[in-house]
Design a protein around this ligand. Structure first.
Ligand code: CAA
Ligand code: NAD
Length: 283
């Protein structure tokens, strides 16, 4: 199926990146959030990323403007009536996501594919609140979206082959590699990554080492580009906690219990880079 117009819901760190790579792929993009302030913040991030590309000689100023010109801001969900494809990138909460998918199912045309960028929530359960479960799929981009090559594509129980094919083609047009996985809590990426991050938090909680030392061990010893606590701050500690809770609940094994220190930081509003404080402080 040919996709001309793609709507991104949620203009946070993931939504802004998804809108950027979709516009770079030549699609008309609607970038939607709850208020103008949030949409403007997302557009600001995209403009900054593209300006860096111009500075580095990877794009011309005209190309930058053409990409920005493809993105239409929105705070009215009814804009979805013109979309061939929707990518949801809002908060990692099942009730909020299912309420949005119910509305999207009413607003969008019958042919529209509804994709979720969820990090861990069951696609099958999200799809079940719509009348088109065959057109619902997980399209899990990695952070930072303009840089990372992977899109983990999650098939719900009812996702059709045609929907999968369209997503694989769209991923290629965005210059990404799609990897197909089945619908289990945390999929593959976060089932492996988040327990490692959680264990790094336990190392700090139990006094094994400071955050700096934990990160240095994993960077210098294992060649990770970022230490796990720097990465946790980058992902967002609220998102990390949601994912650990989904793994714990969904897989029922105590090895996935979130570290109490992670809960404490989230309760304190220390959400990492986006709130200015997490395991580290940010300007
Ligand atoms: N947005 C856009 N581009 C960015 C960026 C951002 N937030 N951060 C860095 N970049 C770009 C930089 O511009 C730079 O590109 P150029 O040099 O070509 O201009 C390039 O990435 C490298 O950046 P830096 O030299 O500043 O720093 P670095 O070499 O340390 O790389 C990094 C930065 C690519 C983010 C690297 O540290 C890295 O790969 N970190 C791990 C990221 C990771 O694991 N992501 C997955 C998170 S988990 C997830 O996404 C799933 C989930 O559900 C939670
Ligand atoms: P974020 O907090 O940066 O952004 C979320 C945005 O969604 C905010 O701007 C918020 O205003 C908006 N929003 C919330 N409810 C909304 C609604 N009902 N309608 C419209 N907009 C709404 O979060 P993020 O880090 O971009 O994460 C978004 C999603 O992507 C989550 O499901 C998360 O699990 C997933 N994800 C995150 C990462 C990561 O590294 N942060 C990586 C992959 C996937």
């Amino acid at each position: 199926m040919e996709i001309k117009k793609l709507m991104v819901i949620g203009a946070g760190q993931m939504g802004a990146g998804i809108a950027q790579v979709a516009a770079q792929a030549g699609l008309e993009v609607i970038l939607h959030d709850l208020s103008d302030e949030f949409v403007d913040r997302g557009l600001g991030v995209i403009t900054k990323n593209l300006s860096r590309d111009v500075q580095k000689g990877r794009k011309t100023a005209d190309e930058k403007q053409a990409i920005i010109g493809k993105i239409t801001p929105s705070t009215d969900l009814n804009a979805a009536k013109d979309a061939d494809f929707v990518v949801e990138a809002i908060v990692e909460n099942m009730d909020v996501k299912t309420s949005l998918f119910k509305q999207l199912d009413e607003i969008t045309p019958a042919h529209t594919i509804l994709a979720s960028n969820t990090s861990s929530l069951p696609i099958t359960e999200i799809a079940a609140v719509t009348k088109r479960p065959e057109k619902v799929i997980g399209m899990h981009f990695m952070n930072p979206v303009p840089v990372m090559k992977l899109i983990e594509v999650i098939r719900g129980l009812a996702t059709s082959d045609e929907t999968y094919r369209t997503v694989a083609e769209l991923s290629a047009a965005m210059n990404k590699t799609a990897v197909e996985v089945n619908d289990f809590p945390g999929f593959v990426s976060n089932r492996i990554l988040l327990p490692m991050i959680n264990e790094a938090i336990y190392c700090v909680y139990e006094g094994v080492a400071t955050p700096e030392a934990v990160d240095e061990v994993m960077k210098l010893g294992m060649n990770h580009p970022m230490g796990p606590l720097t990465l946790a701050d980058f992902i967002g500690l609220d998102t990390c906690l949601y994912i650990m809770e989904i793994l714990h609940e969904g897989l029922g094994d105590s090895k996935y219990r979130p570290c109490p220190l992670l809960r404490k930081y989230v309760k304190a509003g220390w959400l990492g880079r986006k709130s200015g404080r997490g395991f580290y402080k940010y300007e």
